[in-house]
Structures are given as C-alpha cells and as structure tokens.
Design a binder for this molecule. Structure first.
Ligand code: NI
Length: 136
C-alpha cells in the first residue's frame, strides 16, 4: 500500500450531514474510503476525456435479432481492426430480444467510435457504452 497522507477538510455542517447520509446508504463504513472513491472517480472521469488514452469499453445492447442483417453487422464491428474484442456475453431474453455485453479494448476514441456504431445499428432497442480508463 502507498504511503498514506492525512488531510483536514472543512465543510459546512449541512453538507457533511448530507455526505454522511449518502455514504451510509451506499454502505461505506467510513468517510475516508468514500472520499478516496470520489477522488478516484473524478480522476477516472478526467482521463476518459483524453481520446488517445488506453481504455476498456463495456458495450451493453438489447436488440431484436430478427431485424435483417443486425447480428451480421454486429459481428462485423466486433471483428473491427480498430480495436480488440476481449469477450462477449449473449443472453436470449425472449423470442425476439437478445442482451449482449461486449468488452472492448482500445483507445477512448476507438471505443467511442465502434461502440457508437454498435449502439446506432437498426434494431438496437437499448444501447450504452461505458468507458473504463486502463489506469485506475
Ligand atoms: Ni439471442
């Protein structure tokens, strides 16, 4: 574990009470761990604004597999030479719908490009791209 430094933080009583309420609801046992996670999240957010930074992308799709050429186009994008598809999870939800979770590795710009193309395919009912910077 890295050397730990102690800092003092001054907060208004109302703000501290609201923070304590929030972190208790999330299951944190103490303020320090919650504050560390808050800072990590902020740093991660800042890194995800750098298009050239390496990252993992988690693409979540719900689609109708009966829509013509959709599964073929989706597979084609997963074999894109822009980035690496690490893994996919496919769940047959019902007669029409599939849930697919695709984990990609590349730069943030590449993941946003290919992930965006997946989400915008005709027949996709719900689509999201979540970015995880490679350094966290
Ligand atoms: Ni399916």
């Amino acid at each position: 574990m890295d050397k730990v430094e102690r800092i003092g933080v001054s907060l208004e009583a109302d703000l501290l009470a609201a923070y304590d309420g929030l972190i208790a609801k999330k299951g944190y046992k103490n303020r320090s761990e919650a504050l560390r996670d808050l800072i990590r999240e902020e740093l991660s957010q800042a890194r995800s604004e750098d298009d050239d930074a390496p990252a993992l992308g988690v693409v979540l799709l719900v689609y109708d597999h009966h829509v013509a050429k959709l599964t073929e186009r989706l597979l084609h994008l997963q074999h894109s030479n822009l980035l690496v598809t690490i893994s996919t999870l496919h769940v047959h939800l019902d007669h029409h719908h599939c849930l697919e979770i695709i984990v990609l590795r590349g730069t943030i710009a590449q993941i946003n490009l290919v992930g965006g193309q997946m989400v915008s395919l005709k027949g996709v009912r719900l689509g999201r791209v979540n970015l995880i910077p490679a350094s966290f």
